[in-house]
Write a protein that binds this ligand. Sequence first.
Ligand code: 5RP
Length: 223
Amino acid sequence: MTQDELKALVGQAALKYVVPGEIVGVGTGSTVNKFIDALATMKDQIKGAVSSSEASTVRLKALGIPVFDSNEVESLSVYIDGADEIDPQGHMVKGGGAALTREKIVAAQSKQFVCIADESKLVDVLGAFPLPVEVIPMATARVVRQFAAMGGRAVVRQKDGQPLVTDNGQHIVDVQGLKITDPVAFETEVSQWPGVVTVGVFALQKAQVCLLGTSQGVKTLNF
Ligand code: 5RP
């Protein structure tokens, strides 16, 4: 099966975690796009969605799924999102699509995080994929130096020759060369650096379930 087919498989499998009559938390990315397409087939059974990005909002609305502001909703039963990496404990690296801040906000208001990913995303230790960090523009150079002092190589993500601007008006620093052996401690520390809006390690809010697309079908990992 191709990676695209594996993404479609887990996107479809995630439907069984959607609670009829409720609002569902929806993440961002190419795997989530498959989930949104599948969700459209049961749109009459749900109230709508809280979305983690402008891109997902556009796709949800185009398919006729109502999108609620996160402030209108106290709590969600489930949040369904992809990951750039996931370890055997359910800790993740996220933010390849630059949506990490809103993803963490929607994950925080959800009782269960269901991660959907193809098997290439499962790693023993986080750190192979460049770690995204959303940073206030005036702090990027300092944050790059702080990662260098930790042994990481950090660069400001570019788009069309300019620093990429997130949905929140901030920049993304991508960090390579780190082995994140204690994700909770790492997330706690980097989140406190001045100018850091969100670090792409999701350990304090890890996944409870991962639906992993493999050539043998969907594997369910419970954490
Ligand atoms: C976006 C994310 C995505 O969930 C992550 O990048 C995985 O994306 P894809 O499903 O396209 O591989 O965190 O900010």
